[in-house]
Design a protein around this ligand. Structure first.
Ligand code: PMT
Length: 368
């Protein structure tokens, strides 16, 4: 096995081994392994050409206490993952959806959380028979979503596996990659989860809720408030171990790179590809991620996929002026950012997934 070093000293896979040795195995792991084994077996037996994608989605938590009251989290709601899963199913993939518990799910995402509260789509029937019905204007879309959801369910095309902490996530990622080995080139890894880079190792973690005041009393008995200083260790970079040890050599591995500085995005994506030697990095900026992404490949290409201006959905956190700003224009023709007259919102994942499926087909047919 080739060695991949994170800091010039200890190879990444040794950091990974130590991490698994020192941190507790999640309780759900054996149940999730059994479900995955059954899912993969079912597809190997019933549709030997079926491709299976592992989509990771949402943020990971970093608990501050063993009996966890407080934790560190990140922004990801799982939109990228849940939306991509739907487009993968549309492309004929079976999907293992490894997601942060309570983040967005394929199909139900259209009718969940406060932005799409399901109650807003319903009303009492006007025929006074006591029935509750879907409002007229939403019937067509909901029927389509329902049909797609039922198709996925009836054909056992979607396996939902939740995680919460970064440790849950990593144990599951390792186990899923190993279970997917028999799929060979038909396995695709689509790593869209926002995985924490820092954590508190088990041996340094408080057992009980960290107290905000020192209430031991003493002569003043006032309970002085105190600062909370937390030392976090780096989470080992697992991508290298995934690529070189856990996953089949023939599988296709796609990671995401998130940045906030447009000047860094493409170079950081290139660095990741060089370091981990997987197949593709999809770069995105926090503020434009719903409208544009860049595919960075091993041949040095930088290919932007972009939703035409007229079809961009509104986003409170998005900054439209930054669209196009991370592009290294010196080696490309300027891209027409206008165009399109349709007003219906388009999801960037409707561009990403068909493109990926084509690259995957090419790898299956011609090897890597
Ligand atoms: O959920 P949304 O709100 O829709 O947002 C989607 C998204 C922005 C989260 C998604 O598109 C995205 O960019 N996900 C990856 C974000 C990220 O964690 O980037 P990174 O630069 O920290 O990590 C890059 C890669 O390294 C990741 O693919 C990850 O799998 C891998 N990694 C990360 C940490 C770690 N300890 N080991 C790793 O191998």
């Amino acid at each position: 096995m080739s060695e991949h070093r994170s800091n010039g000293a200890v190879p990444d896979h040794e950091h990974a081994d130590e991490y698994f040795h020192k941190n507790p195995t999640p309780k759900s792991l054996s149940k999730h392994q059994a479900l995955t084994r059954e899912f993969i077996q079912y597809h190997l037996e019933n549709s030997p050409n079926r491709r299976i994608v592992l989509v990771t989605s949402g943020g990971t938590t970093v608990p501050l206490e063993n009996q966890t009251v407080r934790f560190i989290d990140n922004f990801s709601a799982g939109t990228r993952g849940a939306t991509s899963a739907e487009y993968f199913l549309q492309e004929g993939y079976a999907v293992i959806f490894l997601h942060r518990q309570y983040s967005l799910l394929p199909y139900s995402r259209h009718y969940s959380h406060s932005t799409n509260c399901f109650l807003d789509f319903m009303e009492e029937s006007d025929t006074n028979d006591g029935r509750v019905v879907v409002r007229k204007e939403y019937q067509d879309k909901m029927r389509r979503v329902l049909q797609q959801y039922q198709f996925a369910k009836q054909n056992r095309l979607l396996l939902l596996l939740p995680f919460t902490t970064v440790t849950d996530y990593l144990f599951q990622l390792r186990s899923l990659a190993v279970l997917m080995q028999p799929l060979g080139s038909r396995a695709l890894f689509y790593l869209a989860a926002a995985v924490s880079d820092f954590f508190i190792p088990r041996e340094r973690m408080e057992e009980h809720k960290i107290q905000s005041r020192d209430d031991k009393g003493g002569s003043q008995g006032s309970g002085a408030s105190r600062q909370l200083v937390i030392n976090l260790d780096p989470v080992p970079k697992f991508l290298s171990t995934l690529v070189h040890s856990w996953a089949s050599k023939e599988s296709m591995i796609v990671s995401f790179k998130l940045e906030t500085d447009p000047n860094l995005l493409v170079s950081k994506a290139e660095q990741a590809l060089k370091r981990y030697r997987h197949d593709l990095v999809i770069g995105n900026l926090l503020t434009t991620r719903k409208w544009e992404v860049v595919f960075v490949t091993r041949d040095g290409a930088e290919r932007w996929l972009r939703v035409p201006k007229a079809r961009r959905s509104k986003s409170l956190s998005g900054v439209e002026e930054l669209v196009g700003k991370a592009e290294r224009k010196h080696d490309r023709e300027p891209v027409d950012l206008e165009g399109g007259t349709v007003t219906e919102g388009m999801e960037i994942e409707s561009l990403i997934i068909p493109e990926l499926a084509l690259i995957h087909t090419d790898m299956i047919e011609h090897g890597k």
